[in-house]
Design a protein around this ligand. Structure first.
Ligand code: UDX
Length: 446
């Protein structure tokens, strides 16, 4: 433990402004602070965390210059602009700290921990001779899967020909070509995305918000390719309790609604913080839910259905059908929802946080991945762990899939076994428990 050491360590965690990335970074920071480390959270001005929830941290807003740049045509353009704008401000801040400490006794050791999208953190650390750790908030499988894209491109295997889509990528077994990250991006954008988030110089270590037993092959492969420590410390939400890290207000009324439902009867639907839908898809989802005969809780983020503010797209008859069995909210306390006894299934876009939160509660899933890492996660759920069903978004298909999910006893049993193993990982001697101890020792070694 670092408490009461005469030497001090300051961890500068660089967070990205996306919900699915900010939450695990704040969770990790909370844990590391409990181990006696001083914490600075450096973050772009866009989507700042709520400082009042973390009075023990220092927050460093990095001017991101985004408002002056007009509309971005792609996510990678946005990410590049964010990285370019934030980099000099982080550097300046760190140089100031380093200069201030020159000649001081009891100076702090600075260690950078940066989100894998905030690549500037690694470059600045390298320039200043500071150790840097890359924090991955996605699966371990995502890393080799995006790193291999330039090679697949050179060999004529990416973009993927239609006839190859269902084939397994030999280097990434059991993932198929159709599961590859950026598969639905224009080719140049896919290549730039993959190379931008591939570290150009090796970091001091990697952290993954995952579990050893869930991803043995991907972790073995990465350990063979990278001779630096790899810490698998997930699922972080089970390690530390943090105040809500949601950007949107959580509607707690859904918990009292869940209290009135039968055990394992409710299908919970949420497509995360980024995915948007066209009205046709949203309408099929609504009909599928209404006709399934099961109670449902559906999160529809305001503005996530193209052309509508919220759920005005529901025609009157459908709205009435939906009200009879379901509840629609703008944002839910998802971890609490998934832990509720009334929830029997989770219809998800398979973001990694949602996946981790669902497996931690033994809740089987309907998989509607949109892209990036979600296709790999859906493959894990449906094919490897066998606790998920991939769906086609068409009302009759959905109706059937919801029923199958809720009655499939074997799938539920497997989900419960995984839940048990997640619990064991944090027990004394468990994989995440050990990895966290090694991470703390590793930081103390600087
Ligand atoms: C993004 C990517 O899409 C995802 O694939 C990647 O792994 C992380 O970054 P996002 O789409 O938001 O994240 O999905 P996810 O990773 O599942 O994170 C969503 C978070 O929002 C979860 O922690 C979930 O608990 C929370 N959430 C979602 C709520 O608290 N309430 C809601 O109503 C919906």
């Amino acid at each position: 433990m670092a408490e009461n050491h005469t030497k001090r360590w300051r961890l500068v965690l660089i967070a990205s402004p996306l919900q699915g990335h900010m939450t695990p970074v704040l969770q990790l920071a909370t844990y590391l602070h409990s181990k006696g480390f001083s914490i600075t959270i450096a973050h772009p001005e866009l989507n700042p965390p709520d400082y009042s929830n973390h009075p023990d941290f220092i927050f460093l807003p990095l001017p991101d210059n985004l408002s002056s740049q007009g509309k971005f045509t792609s996510f990678i353009q946005f990410l590049q602009a964010l990285n370019d704008a934030c980099k000099p401000h982080l550097r300046e801040h760190l140089v100031q700290i380093i200069n201030k400490q020159k000649g001081m006794r009891g100076k702090e050791s600075i260690v950078i921990v940066h989100d894998n999208l905030m690549v500037f953190g690694g470059y600045v650390a390298g320039d200043l001779g500071l150790p840097s750790i890359i924090m991955h908030t996605s699966s371990a499988a995502f890393f080799p899967a995006y790193k291999i894209i330039p090679q697949l491109h050179q060999e004529g295997r990416f973009p993927v020909h239609d006839s190859m889509m269902q084939e397994i990528v030999p280097e990434l077994n059991p993932f198929r070509y159709k599961d590859l990250p950026f598969i639905n991006f224009p080719i140049q954008e896919a290549l730039v995305s993959a190379s931008m988030i591939t570290p150009q110089t090796p970091p001091s270590a990697f952290i993954w918000n995952t579990l050893e037993f869930l991803e043995p092959s991907a972790l073995t492969m990465t350990r063979k390719q990278h001779q630096v420590p790899i810490f698998t410390i997930g699922p972080l939400h089970k390690l530390v309790l943090t105040p809500s890290t949601s950007y949107l207000e959580e509607d707690a009324s859904c918990i009292s609604w869940l209290d009135k439902q039968e055990p394992k009867s409710v299908i919970y639907v949420s497509l995360g913080s980024v995915a948007n839908l066209d009205v046709k898809t949203a309408t099929e989802m609504a009909w599928g839910l209404a006709k399934s005969g099961q109670p449902f809780l559906w999160v529809v983020r305001p503005g996530s259905i193209h052309g509508f503010e919220w759920i005005e797209f529901l025609e009157e008859g459908l709205a009435i059908e939906m009200k009879m069995r379901g509840l629609v909210v703008k944002w839910a306390p998802q971890k609490q929802v998934l832990a509720h006894n009334a929830v029997g299934g989770f219809w998800s876009h398979c973001g990694w946080n949602s996946t981790m939160e669902s497996v931690s509660e033994g809740v089987p899933m309907l998989c509607q991945p949109f892209g990036v890492d979600q296709l790999l996660n859906a493959r894990y759920l449906s094919y490897v762990w066998k606790i998920g069903i991939e769906i086609v978004v068409e009302r009759r298909e959905i109706e059937g899939a919801i029923r199958r999910l809720l009655v499939d006893k074997e799938m539920r049993q497997r989900a419960l076994e995984i839940q048990e193993n997640v619990k064991l990982a944090f027990n004394h001697g468990g994989s995440s428990h050990n990895s966290l101890n090694r991470l703390v020792d590793f930081i103390l070694s600087f």
